[in-house]
Design a protein around this ligand. Structure first.
Ligand code: ZN
Length: 107
């Protein structure tokens, strides 16, 4: 079998191959905003339509990523748990981990 030159790693080039091929469908949810339904429901409906109308499909499932509610970027934290995407999420983190001075016990 010829080496896959698309791999940049020489070991992968010699030992690995592309497999488990699958098709990913990314809907344009903005086109569906006029329907008062969640993005998750829109995706479930599209998956249902694919199952009904497309042959040779073993499975269709709806997957999602965890993203920041404020900026929409993929959810990523550092080793302390602090969000790395935006100041809004970092601010929520700071408010949750830093003790409030008003909560300090009276002496
Ligand atoms: Zn964010």
């Amino acid at each position: 079998m010829s080496p896959d030159k698309t791999f940049r790693d020489p070991l992968k080039e010699q030992c690995a191959k592309r497999g488990n091929f699958r098709i990913r469908v990314i809907p344009v949810l903005a086109d569906l905003v006029w329907v008062n339904t969640s993005d998750q429901k829109h995706c479930a409906d599209i998956a249902k339509s694919i199952r009904r109308h497309v042959d040779h499909i073993e499975s269709v499932d709806v997957q999602s990523d965890i993203v920041c509610k404020f900026c929409g970027y993929e959810w990523e934290t550092d080793s302390s748990g602090e969000p790395q995407c935006c100041t809004a999420a970092a601010g929520v983190f700071a408010s949750m981990v830093k003790p409030k001075t008003s909560d300090a016990p009276a002496t």
